[in-house]
Design a binder for this molecule. Structure first.
Ligand SMILES: [Cu+2]
Length: 117
């Protein structure tokens, strides 16, 4: 009995933490409009964005010009992911591509507004 009373604040704390979702992997997903046109763009984004902290899944739809991401909300945010996309040289919703990063893209990705609009 003594130990139960002694431990009860800890048990209570655990119940409280589990209810507030502390320590749980909170996932979110988002679709970002971007400025891709070719397979190279798709590869660049998929290969790089997946290494961003907290990003669990990246899918690029060339036809729709969209990037789908699934990520942990305790590790990153949609804004950080958009910034990462901008730094890769692509537009992310209303954020324009980083000009320096865009200049470094493969030639095919600089044509016809690929990387721009
Ligand atoms: Cu491209």
């Amino acid at each position: 009995m003594k130990t139960i009373i002694k431990n009860s604040p800890i048990i209570l704390l655990f119940i409280l933490l589990s209810q507030t979702g502390f320590g749980q992997k909170k996932m979110a997903e988002a679709t970002i409009k971007t400025s891709i046109v070719c397979d190279m763009c798709k590869t660049t984004i998929e290969k790089n964005l997946i290494f961003e902290k907290g990003v669990k899944e990246v899918r690029v739809d060339i036809e729709k010009k969209e990037v789908y991401v699934r990520f942990r909300t305790d590790k990153t945010s949609i804004d950080l992911i958009k910034q990462a996309l901008v730094k890769l040289g692509y537009r992310a919703d209303d954020l324009p591509a980083d000009p320096k990063a865009h200049a470094k893209l493969p030639d095919c990705c600089k044509k016809e507004g690929c990387g721009k609009d």
